[in-house]
Write a protein that binds this ligand. Structure first.
Ligand SMILES: Nc1nc2c(ncn2[C@@H]2O[C@H](COP(=O)(O)OP(=O)(O)OP(=O)(O)O)[C@@H](O)[C@H]2O)c(=O)[nH]1
Ligand SMILES: [Mg+2]
Length: 298
């Protein structure tokens, strides 16, 4: 199947990479591209021996590696799969089906579909990040961070990807939503990883959360400014309640009263900024629709 390229980012995955490549080949997928992050074990040697095209990435991080590889792939469909043995190559047709049936351009393997080998912290962390995504972008998905997905080359070309680390999946999903690319989730199995994890639960979790937040600035200004505004107002309410309680006891806090007013006024201003941003975004979307219609009519 020449029109599909299987892309595998790897960093010290000698325990699993050979088996993954073999299984894809057994399923009829010959075009396999391993993008390696300067592994110090025998990942690259094994991948070459099994007949994959192997390149060493520029720079550092999974995101940098994936972006580097995407620029080099010419095939119409790209399947991205982690090289740690957690995903099953035999399920690749499940991911390709919605693209082939013209139902979607970006298919995500949903690890929660069949339960999945998650630790409690990873399950909770993923749940929180998927919920924040739903709130910020208005699209309900169950597994935005999955390491097994299929995309058309056309939709990859439309995306503007910049992230260097584990935020790359988040950026791909956000870019898809922003550009109206059709996303579909399909249930897949998820096994326990072989080898050592490269993910730092807290550091990478915070980075992904921050990415979700910052990328919403232009797409959903009310979400972006609303969070800051609500925080200001919450602090203002807490200090305000304290000031009033103390005032009833006969103690007045002048400075804290000024601080409370400032917090509430600033909070309301942030909310208004969000509202204004929302109006601008809506107007811009309407304008784009009108321009699209005009181009179609010509
Ligand atoms: N090329 C490249 N690949 C990387 C890099 N960091 C991680 N990877 C690969 O990206 C895939 C996902 O990394 P994992 O460590 O499994 O991260 P994860 O799946 O989010 O976390 P776990 O649930 O602990 O497995 C694996 O195939 C890694 O080898 C990197 O800097 N460069
Ligand atoms: Mg993994």
């Amino acid at each position: 199947m020449k029109e599909v390229c299987i892309l595998i980012p790897t960093l010290n995955e000698e325990e699993s990479i050979g088996g993954i490549i073999r299984e894809f080949k057994e399923n009829g997928f010959e075009d396999i591209f391993v993008i390696d992050g300067n592994s110090t074990d025998s990942t690259r040697e094994i991948a070459k021996r099994e007949g994959a095209r192997v390149e060493v990435q520029h720079g550092k991080g999974k995101g940098t590696a994936v972006r580097h590889a995407l620029e080099r792939i010419e095939e119409d469909i790209i399947v991205i799969i982690d090289g740690d043995g957690t995903y099953s190559p035999s399920e690749v047709r499940t991911l390709l089906a919605p693209i082939r049936n013209n139902e979607a351009d970006h298919v995500i393997g949903n690890r929660f579909g069949f339960g999945g080998a998650f630790t409690l912290s990873h399950r909770v962390g993923n749940w929180v990040l998927n919920k924040v995504f739903g709130l910020g972008y208005g699209v309900k998905l169950k597994d935005i961070l999955s390491g097994y997905r299929a995309l058309t080359k056309d939709c990859v070309r439309e995306m503007s990807l910049k992230k260097e680390g584990f935020e790359i999946e988040t950026e791909m999903v956000v870019e898809s939503v922003k550009r109206g690319i059709r996303i579909k989730e399909v249930p897949i199995r998820y096994e326990k990883r072989k080898g050592v994890s490269k993910l730092n639960f807290v550091r990478d979790g915070v980075r992904i959360l921050y990415t979700l937040y910052t990328l919403a600035r232009i797409y959903n200004p009310m979400f972006y400014f609303g969070i800051i505004g609500s925080l200001f107002i919450a602090v203002g309410i807490i200090s305000g309640v304290y000031v009033v309680i103390e005032w009833y006891k006969g103690i007045s806090h002048d400075l804290l009263t000024v601080f409370t007013s400032l917090m509430i006024i600033s909070g309301v201003q942030f909310l208004m900024f969000g509202l204004l941003g929302d109006i601008l975004v809506t107007l811009q979307k309407d304008m784009i629709e009108v321009l699209r219609d005009m181009i179609k009519k010509k």
